[in-house]
Write a protein that binds this ligand. Structure first.
Ligand SMILES: Cc1ncc(COP(=O)(O)O)c(C=O)c1O
Length: 394
């Protein structure tokens, strides 16, 4: 499937998903069709039997979507990509593909809220048990693994607490117990972190975020390390109808081309914003993997190509002060999501993580005063000036 073309990462962003288009199109065309006509009955039968690469029906596969799947599989250094309608479509497909009644999963506590909510509601209803813990603590992972544990599900850095898990070490532990290791790589993108190279089996993204990067599409993708895993996940996605639309795929293919230059700029801005916040007298603490004060600064240096563009912080005065800040920013949008060209600010306890119980939030260090900041690619002076005027109102 995905072949590792001998090009640098930036070149792969431009050329990785491209085949040769018969009409000479410089971009991947949008095959906006639900179904594909067969030459004859035998040809149709071959497609259904998997003896031909022909397309059948867009829920099963489509040339525009395939180009994107190939592109991201190459970037993640995996076997094959499986595009989904959303990041949550990717999470659901992964859970469905690997888990059954009586199984147990071990997962990072501060994961994206709905990834945990669907496990603790729907999958629990189907008899899947889960343990959520701080996966930065490798001993805690070891202690939580039971005979019926099937999956280690990691998010690193965590959303929104910016804690890191050592993917290599955690994967080694998990593989001693034959677990499948899944990593949500949304916060990094393959530009900053490649979980499959570090030992994970399955990586996925909300492509709504950095991979698309322009806050105009909701999309997801799964990449498996091996063909065997691909054959487990792909039918789960197809049969549950979590597929992407061809136009969505076109939009992400377009956004992906500038991934590295967008992240370079956002990350440069984020470093300056984190420095500014850390020195500000009204700020209680800042979590950013690029700061030496981050408890896992060394792991970030080892595991990630750069610290990324996500910052979390808390003000002295907690939630009350945070509300004044969030209600007074003018350049940053008060909005959920992340990883776009625009700077966003949000309050996880009342927004993205509001469906978790207050107790589970506190155990996962998602305090009521925590503010999440996704740094965009605007002029950094403007981002800091905006924070400055809003902080002055507290
Ligand atoms: C880390 C992470 N994983 C998964 C998701 C879910 O993705 P989507 O909103 O595209 O369904 C999100 C969305 O915010 C996220 O931040």
């Amino acid at each position: 499937m995905a072949k590792n073309e001998n090009l640098g990462f930036d070149s792969l962003l431009i050329h990785g998903g491209m085949g040769v288009d018969p009409m000479g199109s410089a971009t991947v065309p949008i095959y906006q069709t639900s179904t594909f006509a067969f030459e004859n009955v035998d040809e149709g039968a071959k497609c259904f039997a998997g003896e031909s690469n022909g397309f059948i029906y867009t829920r099963i596969g489509n040339p525009t979507i395939s180009a994107l799947e190939k592109q991201v599989a190459i970037l993640e250094n995996g076997y094959g990509g499986i595009a989904t309608a959303s990041g949550m479509g990717a999470v659901s497909s992964i859970y469905m593909a690997f888990l059954q009644s009586g199984d147990h999963i071990v997962s990072t506590d501060a994961v994206y809220g709905p990834s945990r909510v669907i496990m603790e509601t729907y999958f629990k209803r189907f008899g899947v048990e889960s343990t959520y813990l701080n996966t930065a603590d490798l001993n805690a992972i070891k202690a939580a693994i039971k005979p019926n544990t099937k999956m280690l599900y990691l998010e690193t850095p965590t959303n929104p607490t910016m804690a890191l898990t050592d993917i290599k070490a955690a994967s080694e532990i998990a593989h001693q117990h034959n677990l499948v290791v899944v990593v949500d790589n949304t916060f990094c993108s393959p530009y900053l972190q490649r979980p499959l190279d570090l030992g994970a089996d399955v990586v996925f993204h909300s492509m709504t975020k950095f991979l698309n990067g322009h806050a105009d599409i909701v999309a997801g993708i799964i990449v498996t390390k091996t063909q065997e895993l691909y054959k487990i996940v792909r039918p789960a996605m197809v049969n549950m109808g979590c597929n992407m639309d061809p136009h969505q795929a076109y939009m992400v293919l377009r956004g992906i081309k500038t991934l590295s230059i967008r992240i370079d700029r956002a990350q440069e801005n984020a470093m300056k914003v984190a420095d500014y916040l850390e020195k500000h007298p009204k700020v209680e603490w800042v979590k950013y993997p690029g700061l030496k004060s981050h408890p896992q600064y060394e792991l970030a240096q080892k595991q990630m190509k750069g610290p990324g563009a996500m910052i979390s912080f808390e003000l002295k005065g907690g939630l009350k002060a945070g509300k004044v800040l969030m209600d007074n920013v003018k350049l940053a949008l008060l909005a959920v999501s992340l990883g776009g060209v625009e700077t966003l600010i949000q309050h996880p306890a009342s927004m993205t993580h509001s469906k978790m119980t207050p107790d589970a939030r506190l155990k996962a260090n998602i305090t009521d005063g925590l503010v999440r900041f996704s740094v965009g690619i605007e002029n950094v002076e403007d981002i800091i000036a905006d924070l400055d005027q809003a902080l002055a109102k507290i």
